[in-house]
Design a protein around this ligand. Sequence first.
Ligand code: GCB
Length: 598
Amino acid sequence: MLYPIDTLTRSKKNLDGVWNFQVDRDGSGRSQSWYNGLPSPIQMPVPSSYNDITTSAELRDFIGDVWYECRLYIPRDWKKDNVFLRFGAVAHTAEVWVNGELVVENRNGFLPFEAEITNLVRQEEKLHISVRVNNELTWEMLPPGEIVTKTLPDGRVEKTLHQQHDFFNYVGIHRPVYLYTKPDVSIEDVVVDTEFTGDVGHVHVGVETKGEAASITLTVQNRDGEVVAAGSGDHATLDIPSVQLWSPNHPYLYLLHCKLFYENGELLDHYVVSVGVRTVEVKDRQVWLNGSPVYLTGFGKHEDADVRGKGYDAVTNVRDFNLMKECGANSFRTSHYPYAEEILQLADEMGFLVIDETSAVGLLSQGVPATGELEPVFSNGRITKELKNYHVDTVRRLIERDRNHPCVIMWSISNEASTMEEEAIPYFQRIIDEVRALDTRPIMNVNLMLIEPERCEVSPLVDVIGLNVYFGWYSTPGDLVKGKEDLHDYLSRWESHHQQPVMITEYGVDTIAGLHKSPPVMFSEEFQVEFLATYHAVFDMFSNVGGEHIWNFADFMTKQDTVRVDGNKKGLFTRNRQPKMAVHSVRERWKSLKVGRG
Ligand code: GCB
C-alpha cells in the first residue's frame, strides 16, 4: 500500500490533532448509533494511545470499545478527485464510519488501512469521521491474548486481559490519519529492488496501475535533482552510472519518479519513491551489505514513550535516532510489531539497518519471564487455522508496506514462539513460503533462551537465527561468572548445530537509573555495565555471531507485575531518553569495533 504523498497529481490532508472521544462502557454505542455523533465526548489527541492522557486508572486499564470522531470540510477542488481516508494504525480493531456509513473494518493494530470515500466527499456538508476502537486480544490475532470475564455481584461484567507479551497494551489511533486524493487513472503500487555491478547501480522497478494510460515514464534523480537514469513501461531496469550506494554511514537516497500519461501527453498520475541502492545477502555465516560482511550493533526497541504510549511522535523518534547514532549503533529491530512507516522513512534518511518484525510475539504457553518447562501450544489446538491465516496476512501486508525501504534488511517472522514443537514446522513453513513468494530479503526467527539449539525445530528453516539471552539474569540471577559460562556453552552449541549466522537479538538487565552499588548487584547501574561487558567478551569468541542488539534501547511500560518496577527497566536510556552509565562503555565498544559496520 503506497504511502500518501503530495505530488503533481495528488494531495493529502493530515487529520492529526484533537478529536472527540468517548468510552463505551457497556458496549451499546453501536446500537445507539454513536457513529452519527458522540453524546458526551472528551478531548483526545490523535495520534496517541488514550491510556495515559487522563488521570483515570479506569480509562488506562479499560477493556472494550472506545469511540473517536472528528468533523472537517473538504476543499472544494477535491470534488473532482477520488478521495481516500487512511489510518497509519489503530490498535487493535477498528470500524470506521463516514457521514454515518460504515466504510472499513480492520483487525490489525500495527498496519495501515484505508477506504475510498469519494461519494461521501461529494456531499455538501462537513465530513463526519467516526471510529470505534476495541482493544481486546484473542488467540486468533497477533499478538495473541485472552479476555477473561467475571460477573460481579452488582451485575457488572469485569474483564481482564491475559497476555504473554511484555509490553503494556497501549491502544487508540496510534499513527497519522490522512485524507488523500488519487486520479482515476492511477499508480496503485510501485515495487523497487536494487543491485549493482561495479559502479553501476541497477534499479528494478515494477509499477501496478489502474485504468488506461498510454505510457509510463520512470526517472531517477540524484540528490542534486539531476536525472541520472530513465526508462519506461510497467517493468524496467534503470541503470545509474557511478552509483552512490546506500549504507548506514552513507544513507544516499535517489528519487524515483513514476508518471502516467494519456495519449495526448497529458499527465495522469505522478508518484515518487525514495530509493537506496544496496544489496543484502547471507553467506559464509555472515550478513553481507553491499558485498561486505556487516556486524550489526544496536537495539531491540519499542514504540513507547511517557504520556504518548505507542502514539507516533516525531520528537521521540528523531531523539532516539540521534542517541543511537551517538552510541555507534547501525541497526535496530522493530520488536515486537511493525513500526510506523514514518520511522522507516527516517531510518532510510539517517542510515539504520532495520530488522522488520511482525506482531507474532507470545506464541507460547508462558508470559515473561518464561522460566521452567513450556507447555505445547501448536499441538494442543491453541494455535488455530485462524491465527495462522492472520499471521500470513500480517506478513503479506508488512512486506507490501515496507519492501521499498533500503533500511529494511531482514524480516523477523516471530519472537520467542514455541518452536520446540514439531507441529511448529508446517506452521512456520507456511509463513516462510509467503515471505519468499513476495521478497528476497533474508528471514530471521527469534528464539526463546529456554529452547535449546538441539530442540528448536524452526531455526533450520530460516536464514538468520535470532537469540534472546539472559544468563546471569533470568537464570542464576546475579551470578555473572556462571552466566558467562552458560552463555559460552549455549553459543557453542548453536554454532555446532546450525549453519546459519546467529544474531544476539536481546541481552540486557533491568537497571534503575541512579542506583549505584559496589560491588555490583542486580538492578544497579554497575551491574548493567558488567553484564554487557561480560556478554561482549563472549560474543567476540564466535565468528558466527553477526551482531548484538541490547535489550532495550529505553525503559518501557509493561502491565503491572511483581517482576516489573513501573515497567521494564532494561533500557540503556531511561524512558525520558536520558543515558544510564552503561552508555559510555557501549559507545566505546561499538565505535571501535573493527568488523564491518556498513
Ligand atoms: C524477552 C522478550 C521481551 C522482554 C524481555 C525481558 O525475551 O522478547 O519482550 O521484554 O525478554 O525483559 O524479559
